[in-house]
Ligand binder design. Structure first.
Ligand SMILES: Nc1nc2c(ncn2[C@@H]2O[C@H](COP(=O)(O)OP(=O)(O)O)[C@@H](O)[C@H]2O)c(=O)[nH]1
Ligand SMILES: [Mg+2]
Length: 303
């Protein structure tokens, strides 16, 4: 399947949601106050967030005035351009340190472990030597899950016993990665801890300890956000951003979400680049975020 049709497929739920009704508002009729009200309601319903919705509407109103647009259908191309201009093209990945250490964070069930499997598959295919660290030691099942992936993808993994110190596992993984000549180290972390522990404090500790094993590590902290949670994910992202220096977002489960519009809120309110999107559960279902394909995908029912 081509990348383009994968995006279309993966975004079919989102495009059938509020986005799918945009065409019916932007018909042949004249632009009235009702057009603006309806468009505003739809964009908010589409999970764009208030901030992005307001700024898109302001821009469109200005254009309408400046260009003397009359028909609602004239707004369609401008809407597309306004949406596209609010999505950053993802930066080039910097994996030039040897090893490059990347901490994967996010709440329970967000898709961290699956995403690590997908990233591992992608980078081993590029000829990189990947090492995994199973630092989600609070659940035995979490370590098992990553071990199963490591076996299947034939990469090495460092794990600790259940309830062992996640910082120690992370430290050992980095040391071992240096000794084994790994190119990339992915460290899986916990998303929910026992009441005795504070998740964010524990993460900060893992972050610090990794820096002790290798100066300047972790080189990146990627936050996995579940696209089905919509605006809720923004709140999570803020907490993680405050605790550890998040450098990019991976949006999982875009294929099962009708709330792909949250991408705009993530960019405008958090200023974090979206690096990859999960479009399924298999190792090959991770795609670099493509803003153009994304816009075409969410508006496909309007074409
Ligand atoms: N449809 C779909 N399911 C996903 C995706 N990413 C993860 N999942 C599923 O989400 C569930 C939780 O994933 P997991 O990696 O265990 O989350 P973790 O707790 O953050 O490590 C699993 O059933 C995954 O198969 C995705 O991109 N698309
Ligand atoms: Mg996990």
């Amino acid at each position: 399947m081509s990348i383009f049709s994968r995006w279309k497929d993966g975004l079919s739920k989102t495009s059938k949601s509020a986005f799918g009704q945009i065409a019916s508002i932007l018909g042949a009729s004249e632009i009235t106050n009702e057009t603006w009200d309806d468009l505003e309601a739809l964009l908010i319903q589409a999970d764009l967030g208030i901030e992005t919705t307001t700024s898109v509407l302001d821009s469109l109103k200005r254009l309408t005035r400046d260009l003397g647009l009359i028909r609602a259908s004239d707004l369609y191309t401008s809407l597309k351009q306004e949406l596209r201009s609010r999505l950053a093209t993802p930066p080039e990945l910097n994996i030039n340190h040897k090893p490059t250490v990347i901490l994967i964070v996010g709440v329970n069930g967000a898709g961290k472990t699956t995403t690590i499997a997908k990233l591992t598959s992608r980078f081993t295919n590029e000829g990189k030597k990947v090492l995994l660290g199973a630092a989600d030691t609070f659940r035995a099942a979490a370590v098992d899950q990553l071990e199963v992936w490591a076996n299947r993808l034939q990469v090495e993994i460092i794990s600790g016993a259940q309830d062992s110190d996640p910082g120690a596992v992370a430290f050992n993984t980095v040391q071992s990665g240096i000794a084994r000549g790994a190119d990339i180290i992915f460290i899986d972390t916990a998303g929910r801890l026992h009441t005795r522990f504070n998740l964010m404090e524990e993460l900060k500790k893992v972050h610090r300890v990794v820096g002790k094993a290798l100066t300047d590590a972790p080189h990146d902290v990627w936050l996995v956000l579940d696209a089905t949670t919509g605006q809720n994910a923004l709140q999570q992202a803020r907490s993680f951003k405050e605790a550890v220096n998040v450098t990019g977002v991976i949006l999982s489960k875009l294929d099962s979400s009708a709330r792909g519009g949250m991408v705009f809120a993530i960019q405008s309110e958090l200023g974090l680049p979206i690096l990859f999107a999960g479009l399924g559960e298999k190792p090959e279902d991770l795609t670099p975020f493509d803003p153009d394909a994304f816009i075409e995908g969410i508006l496909q029912n309007n074409l």
